[in-house]
Design a protein around this ligand. Structure first.
Ligand code: GTP
Ligand code: MG
Length: 435
């Protein structure tokens, strides 16, 4: 009897051991967390050589408790935001009849989520181009995280757009219509003068030089998207345009990286702006600096923007079709004063100021150097430029499918080397071979 009890005990013990082994092996198949991903870069002379990146054991070692996002120093009073015409029926969410037609994956990556969303400005006609972008963002990153996606349009989104995009995304989708006052000529713009400029730019074959809608788009991205009612709920955004490509896995949460490392703005590609589109932008910026010296921070990136201490602009900018950034910064009094100053000078219509130099100059002057981050490990394409990560091991670890020869970073037309130099950062190992 004692013998059979012992056998029974052995059987129960073996059974329990099998259950434990099963749980251990299934949990090891989870997506690598931020720490694991960070370790992938160890020894490559990259992630740990930049002054941006903490030494092992520094910040980011422990998951902080889910904390409320820190408020902007002086948040724009709600009534000021409300002054922008958000209360009208034009804005807000367009009902999405397809929102729950597919089961949504909540995302399997462990850890907390940031208060963050993807944001896309698009027309209904962009549906198949944005579908390609969404598929890549989901496959390479978001299917593990399930972040929301906000779509904005100056017209109503149609059913096809909503159906296709909500089927492709793992997080919630929201569809907003842009208020007419944010997508149109402000009353202080001389329409006749603006029309002549467009004609002249058409003659001179300046890309999008004759387009009214492109100008509304650039002004909207410069000064309004972050104030759309659908964006007010979020602290972080990641801008995604139609027809982009992501070439590598993103094995950690870039939103979380931004927050943990106190970043406010980030980029993957930088270049020189087409001078004809911004002849007086820097004059306007100088006017702003004079009117609001209190907004210009110490330890800024003026050396990235100017070769003569601020007298002239060297046209370097971060390419804003990719951005991960902090919405509270864009909604801060400093940024709003900056945008309003530029807007009054009229260059969105009397020239063809792009949102890329507008955002970049703001980040360069109103953020500290180390609040701007370059994501070497996010491999990206928007016609015609590619950012393919420098460093073979990084590309292999992240299952990249870009050709390193296409990497624009160390090309003479890129400003990324300048970014490294002005920030006193060591360039990624192996960059010389990829020039
Ligand atoms: N709703 C809406 N979205 C627009 C309009 N024009 C541009 N967009 C969107 O604004 C973003 C930037 O426009 P793009 O046409 O891509 O401008 P770009 O990147 O400078 O130029 P491309 O080389 O053509 O990509 C994209 O997400 C477009 O879908 C418009 O008139 N209405
Ligand atoms: Mg584009």
């Amino acid at each position: 009897m004692a013998g059979s009890t012992r056998y029974l005990r052995y059987i129960v013990f073996a059974f329990v051991a099998l259950i434990v082994i099963f749980f251990i092996s299934s949990s090891s198949q989870q997506v690598p967390d931020y720490e694991t991903a960070k370790n992938m870069f160890k020894g490559q002379g990259w992630a740990h050589t930049s002054p941006d990146t903490p030494a092992a054991g520094g910040a980011g070692e422990k998951e902080p408790a889910a904390a409320a996002p820190p408020p902007a120093k002086e948040p724009v009073p709600a009534e000021d935001i409300a002054k922008t015409p958000q209360g009208t029926t034009e804005t807000g969410t367009t009902p999405n009849p397809y929102a729950n037609s597919q089961p949504k994956l909540s995302g399997q990556a462990p850890g907390e989520r940031m208060n963050a969303t993807f944001v896309t400005l698009a027309r209904n006609s962009d549906v198949w181009e944005i579908a390609r972008s969404i598929r890549q963002v989901e496959d390479r990153f978001n299917h593990n995280y399930g972040y929301d996606w906000v779509f904005l349009n100056d017209a109503d989104f149609d059913d096809t757009f909503k159906k296709v995009t909500s089927a492709l995304t793992s997080g919630n989708t929201k569809y907003g219509k842009i208020d007419k006052e944010h997508w149109g000529f402000p009353d202080f713009i001389d329409q006749e003068r603006a029309r002549k400029v467009r004609e002249d730019m058409h003659e001179r074959k300046i890309i999008y030089g004759d387009s009214v809608s492109y100008r509304h788009m650039c002004r909207y991205e410069s000064g309004f998207f972050f104030r759309h009612p659908l964006l007010l709920d979020y602290e972080w955004y990641w801008r995604v345009e139609p027809s982009i490509e992501l070439f590598c896995d993103i094995a950690y949460d870039p939103f979380k990286f931004m927050k943990e490392h106190k970043k406010k703005y980030s980029f993957v590609l930088s270049l020189y702006e087409y001078v004809e589109t911004i002849p007086t932008l820097w004059d306007s910026v100088k006017g702003f600096m004079k009117a609001h010296p209190e907004h210009i921070v110490e330890g800024n990136s003026m050396a990235f923007l100017s070769d003569d201490g601020g007298e002239t602009y060297n046209h370097c900018h971060f390419w804003s079709n990719f951005e991960i950034g902090n919405l509270d910064w864009l909604r801060s009094p400093a940024y709003i004063d900056y945008f309003n100053h530029l807007d009054r000078d009229g260059g969105f219509f009397y020239e063809r100021w792009g949102d890329a130099p507008v955002h970049s100059i703001a980040a360069g002057l109103m953020l500290k150097k180390d609040e701007i981050h370059f994501f070497n490990d996010i491999a990206y394409y928007h016609v015609p430029f590619t950012h393919c990560p420098t460093g073979e091991q990084t590309r292999l670890d992240l299952k990249c499918h870009c050709n390193p020869k296409d990497n624009f970073d160390w090309n003479g037309y890129s400003c990324t080397a300048r970014f490294f130099e002005t920030n006193g950062m060591q360039k990624p190992a192996g960059y010389e071979k990829e020039q």
